[in-house]
Design a protein around this ligand. Structure first.
Ligand code: C2E
Ligand code: MG
Ligand code: MG
Length: 425
């Protein structure tokens, strides 16, 4: 009886592999031995790519079966005195002992990725997954268990970010980058608390009449030492940490309140992050911001990017439709940078397509960019959508865009983003 409960405490019940607690014991012992044997060892953190897909489409039983097969393949790749452990979910860790050299870690990782990426047969179905691996070698990458595990995890995070199905060694700059992100996160929280964000607005101009139709809201951060920080430097961290929800709500409410004071023919555009859609309360938030400010729904334009349509499409399309039914306009931002699938244009009737600056730049000298803009403006006008060219910086670009049938323009040629008081002037 005692034996059984002890076993449960140190082994993973699904795969029979050692669990996290037992792995830590092995790791501590390996570190103790390090000074005596002077043989290096490595911690390899493994994460399966697309495992969630299998669980979602074939069910949890198939998922469990796959994890058992993964455990077998891992065991088959390592030597008898190496340790393969399961930390939970699709997270596995290998302790590779008695290495000759640092490169042995990458050699094993390469074999593991290959072995795990070979097809599996589950309930008569062929299943394909991949694996990403982070490697920390002792003693060069750490001399205590926590540090080694954290560093192999950091390397894994990098391996995944670099496009899955590969391995990475830990390096000191990964740690620095992580520290910098952590500092940024703390500072962002503080900034939200102390109201350190500001809104700037950039006009969108109707090409035919030359009047301002809309002003786009662009957030900036008044940083105590770094000055005015542009959103490109903090939006992604805000998204990763979920802070974008609070920040995005603040931006929307402020933008609506500001826009109420503008001439009634000028709309306000606000960028929304896909995280705000995933969180599921966008429609309520927009209604609330409109009600609180008194801004008519018709004067609000929401800019979204294709990434919103990649995840969880059904709920997203429903939310977009509800917003549209309220009278809010929906724009597809940065078109031409992501997948730029034309199928998005038929999955939802956007009011506006914003063509990314990368296409507008040097448009006169690049036939490919020109052809694409022509195709988009043509398609958009057939579908009844407006096209706006972003980042127009000189008169040549402007004339060319006009000739291609572009309806609206935005860019430094007309105005940089400005604080609200300068904008009114
Ligand atoms: P975006 O929505 O595509 O905004 C346009 C960006 O292009 C702005 O950069 C603007 O300042 C810049 N821009 C405009 N005209 C020109 C031009 O003629 N030349 C050049 N070189 N650049 C031009 P900004 O303000 O740095 O914003 C960057 C991005 O950050 C925005 O791209 C948007 O995706 C995001 N962002 C800004 N504010 C918010 C926000 O409140 N919420 C969310 N989720 N994202 C935001
Ligand atoms: Mg935008
Ligand atoms: Mg854009």
């Amino acid at each position: 009886m005692l034996f059984r409960s002890e076993r449960m405490a140190t082994f993973d019940s699904l795969t029979g592999l050692p669990n996290r607690a037992q792995f830590r014991t092995h790791l501590s012992r390996a570190l103790e031995l390090l000074s005596q044997t002077e043989r290096k060892f490595a911690v390899l953190s493994i994460d399966l790519d697309r495992f969630k897909n299998v669980n979602d489409t074939l069910g949890h039983q198939a998922g469990d079966r796959l994890l058992s097969l993964v455990a077998q393949r891992l065991k088959a790749c390592v030597r008898d005195n190496d340790i393969v452990a399961r930390f939970g979910g699709d997270e596995f860790v290998v302790l590779q002992r008695e290495m000759e050299q640092v490169e042995d870690g990458g050699e094993l990782a390469g074999r593991l990725v290959k072995a795990l990426s070979a097809p599996y047969e589950i309930d008569g179905q062929c299943v394909l997954i991949g694996a990403s691996i982070g490697i920390a070698v002792a003693p060069e990458h750490g001399d205590d268990p926590e540090e080694l595990l954290r560093n192999s995890d950091l390397a894994l995070y990098r391996a995944k970010a670099a496009g899955k199905g590969d391995y990475r060694y830990f390096s000191a700059d990964m740690d620095e980058e992580m520290q910098a992100r952590r500092t940024l996160e703390i500072e962002l929280r503080e900034a939200l608390r102390t109201d350190a964000f500001e809104l700037h607005f950039q006009p969108l101009i109707d090409l035919q009449s030359g009047v301002v139709t809309t002003c786009e809201t662009l957030v900036r951060w008044r940083h105590p030492t770094r000055g005015l920080v542009p959103p490109t430097q903090f939006i992604s961290v805000a998204e990763e940490t979920g802070l974008i929800l609070a920040l995005g709500e603040w931006v929307l409410r402020r933008a609506c309140a500001e826009a109420v004071t503008w001439p009634a023919r000028v709309r306000v555009a606000v960028n929304l992050s896909s995280i705000q859609f995933q969180a599921g309360k966008v429609v309520d938030l927009v209604s609330s911001a409109l009600a609180a400010s008194g801004l008519p729904a018709e004067r609000l334009e929401l800019e979204i990017t294709e990434s919103i349509l990649l995840a969880d499409t059904e709920d997203t399309l429903k939310a977009l439709q509800q917003l549209r039914d309220m009278g809010v306009r929906i724009s597809l931002d940065d078109f031409g940078t992501g997948y730029s699938s034309l199928s998005y244009l038929s999955s939802f009737r956007f009011d506006k397509i914003k063509i990314d600056r990368s296409f507008v730049r040097d448009v006169a000298n690049r036939p490919d960019a020109g052809a694409i803009i022509q195709a988009i403006t043509g398609l958009a006008s057939t579908l009844g959508m407006c096209t706006t060219a972003e980042g127009v910086e000189n008169p040549e670009e402007l004339e060319w865009l006009r000739a291609q049938g572009c309806k609206e323009v935005q860019g430094f040629l007309f105005s940089r983003p400005l604080p609200a008081r300068d904008l009114r002037a």
